[in-house]
Structure formats: structure tokens, C-alpha cells
Design a protein around this ligand. Structure first.
Ligand code: TLP
Length: 344
């Protein structure tokens, strides 16, 4: 039995057309700026995100870390949501490598932040205080169940940061999911942010890679920081070609992933032990009425469904390009078997 892999959209595999584009990519040494395919991908990314320039990096975590390093100086403070990826899942890179103080503000369930709290988080400059120089936002919001943050909210928060002389970075790992779900474009969502990163290796279905987009001088400095972190790659057009293919072919289809996530959540709601969210995009977060995440993962795996733990009594299931409507129906059947088989 082939497992239905709902652990993340990062598990998706490139299809034959994407692999062909990769095999045929024209390449050069990207550290010299010589790789025409990377250059094309960076130009496309900047254009799609409405920014002057972009730099291709190996991962979303590196894109965020480079953004933090480039926007701040060691000893600065950054304000961010308590549930965001930078704060929870990047091995404290902002603290360890960018040397900044992280100041988390509580994310509400819908991924939003309290406007008054954000406003009061910027410190007065003084002899004793760190400089609050960056606000980090996330859209869609992973730990908040793929919540979509409306552009108007981002505008309001960005304007507060800018009033205090700070910059804004948007972790848009899944910004195209947000754009499709909100019926807008990614550039509109990122408009008031100084920089935005997005991942090719999630809903866009590529094997590797992320882009960091922003003003030309910021991206030049970001390239230096990429080199510092060991992220300068060479004939990487082979990977970038997948990104070009995905930006051309894989954005609109994300609506299918969102419909599949909604179907999955509707099905899960029928089981009395599971309380799924109402997914806004491709992430289903399930609160467990009985048992722990650890107790459920094994039986689900045995029944042929892979999920991730997302808290002691919470699971996550993510739809993606390799999951069809049929797979969702089959996953629900298998989950039914798991529920029947265990005495949790
Ligand atoms: N998220 C992964 C895990 O790390 C949790 C996942 O499976 O969802 N920003 C956001 C909002 C992300 O969700 C992720 C990956 C990243 C950044 C980092 O991307 P990578 O994994 O490429 O470093």
C-alpha cells in the first residue's frame, strides 16, 4: 500500500515536464552571476512580487535568515508573531546567526496580530534599549492552519513599522496560496513589505529553492549574506529551471489543493475524535479530542496516511500537487479504519 503523504507540501515530487525543463536548462556559474536560468528566475520572481530584484537561495529558512541579517544590525530587536516559522522552526537562527533579540507577539487563531500591541512593541530609542528595526509577518500562516492575511491588515501593520523607522519582511513561503485563496496577486499582498520571501519547494511543487525579493541595494547585500551562509551555488540553473516552470504552470492549480483541504477537513469533522479547522488554503490542522499526536501518528501511518504532529494534541495534514481528490477520499477511508482499529 502506497502511503498518502499529507505531512507537508514540501514532500511533493517534480513531474516529467518539470524534470525535462531541469534537464534542458542552460547553466553557468551563478556565484559569478553567469547562470542565465537563475538570472531569469530571479527576474521573474522580482516581477511577480512587485519588487526591484530577487536572489535565489536554497531554502525558505535561509531566505528568512538572510532577510533578518540584511535588515538589522547585531543587537537589534525584531518583532514577530508567536506562532511564526522564524520564531518556532528555524533553530533560533535569528538569535544565533543574525544576533538579534526576538520579541514575539501573540498570534490570534486567524494568524493576525493585535494592531495596538504591534504599535506599542516599538521601543523608544535610548541608551538602554535595543533598536526595534524589523517587523516580520507570515502569509499564509503555517501554524495558524494556513490562514490567509488580507492585504489591508499587512498595509496597516507595515505602516506602523515604517512610522517607527523599522522595515518589514514578509515570510511568504506560501504567498501564492494566499494570493489564490484571496483572489489577488502576490505583488498586492507584498506591496507594503520591504522584502518578501517565497518557497518554490512547497505548493509550487519544485524539489528545492526559495527567493528573497526586495529593493536592488537590499538584494545586493542579501547576496553577500547568502555567500556568508554558504548558500552561493554554482550551476544551479538546473534547479532554477524547475522554479520557472512552476511559476508558469503551478500557481492557478493551487485552488485544487485548497478545495482538497476543505474536503479533507469536512470528512475529518465526521469523526467525533477530530476537530479540524476550516482551512483557508492547503493546511488542515486537527485538534484531537482524545489521545495525543504521538498516539495517533502510528495508527494513521499503519493505515497508510502520513501526518505531522503540530502540538501535543494537534496534527497537521497538508494537500499538494501530488494529492488528488481521489487520494483525499481514500485517505478518509483509511483514517476511518485507523479510528476503528485503535482504542484511543
Ligand atoms: N515549513 C515546514 C516545516 O519547517 C514546518 C513545513 O513543512 O511546513 N516559512 C514557512 C511559513 C514555512 O512553513 C517553512 C517550512 C519555511 C519558512 C522554511 O522553509 P524551508 O523548509 O525551505 O527552510
Amino acid at each position: 500500500m502506497t502511503p498518502i503523504d499529507l505531512r507537508s507540501d514540501t514532500v511533493s515530487k517534480p513531474g516529467p515536464e518539470m524534470r525535462r525543463a531541469m534537464a534542458e536548462a542552460e547553466v553557468g556559474d551563478d556565484v559569478y552571476g553567469d547562470d542565465p536560468t537563475v538570472n531569469r528566475l530571479e527576474a521573474m520572481a522580482a516581477e511577480r512580487l512587485g519588487k526591484e530584484a530577487a536572489v535565489y537561495v536554497p531554502s525558505g529558512s535561509m531566505a528568512n535568515l538572510i532577510a533578518v541579517m540584511t535588515h538589522t544590525r547585531p543587537g537589534d530587536e525584531i518583532v514577530l508573531g508567536s506562532e511564526c516559522h522564524i520564531f518556532n522552526y528555524e533553530v533560533a537562527g535569528a538569535a544565533r546567526i543574525a544576533n538579534v533579540l526576538t520579541h514575539p507577539l501573540k498570534n490570534r487563531e486567524d494568524g493576525s496580530l493585535d494592531v495596538a500591541e504591534v504599535a506599542s512593541s516599538f521601543r523608544e530609542r535610548g541608551l538602554h534599549t535595543p533598536v526595534t528595526s524589523l517587523l516580520c509577518l507570515e502569509n499564509t500562516h503555517n501554524r495558524c492552519g494556513g490562514a490567509t492575511i488580507p492585504s489591508a491588515d499587512i498595509t496597516e501593520l507595515a505602516s506602523i513599522a515604517h512610522t517607527h523607522g523599522a522595515t518589514v519582511h514578509l515570510d511568504g513561503a506560501r504567498i501564492f496560496n494566499a494570493a489564490v485563496a484571496l483572489h489577488t496577486d502576490a505583488a498586492e499582498i507584498a506591496r507594503d513589505c520591504d522584502s518578501v520571501s517565497f518557497c518554490l519547494s512547497k505548493g509550487l511543487g519544485c524539489p528545492v529553492g526559495s527567493l528573497l525579493c526586495g529593493p536592488t541595494d537590499f538584494i545586493e547585500e542579501a547576496r553577500r549574506n547568502r555567500k556568508l551562509l554558504g548558500g552561493g551555488m554554482r550551476q544551479t540553473g538546473i534547479l532554477a529551471a524547475a522554479g520557472i516552470f512552476a511559476l508558469e504552470h503551478h500557481i492557478d492549480r493551487m485552488a485544487e489543493d485548497h478545495a482538497n483541504a476543505a474536503r479533507l477537513a469536512d470528512g475529518l469533522r465526521q469523526f467525533e475524535g477530530f476537530r479540524p479547522n476550516r482551512p483557508r488554503s492547503n493546511i488542515v490542522v486537527i485538534d484531537l479530542v482524545r489521545g495525543t499526536a504521538g498516539e495517533w501518528l502510528g495508527p494513521l501511518r499503519a493505515a497508510g496516511v502520513l501526518a505531522t504532529p503540530f502540538g501535543p494534541r494537534r496534527l497537521r495534514m497538508v494537500t499538494h500537487i501530488n494529492i488528488t481528490g481521489g487520494d483525499v477520499a481514500e485517505a478518509l477511508k483509511r483514517i476511518d479504519q485507523a479510528v476503528a482499529a485503535v482504542a484511543i
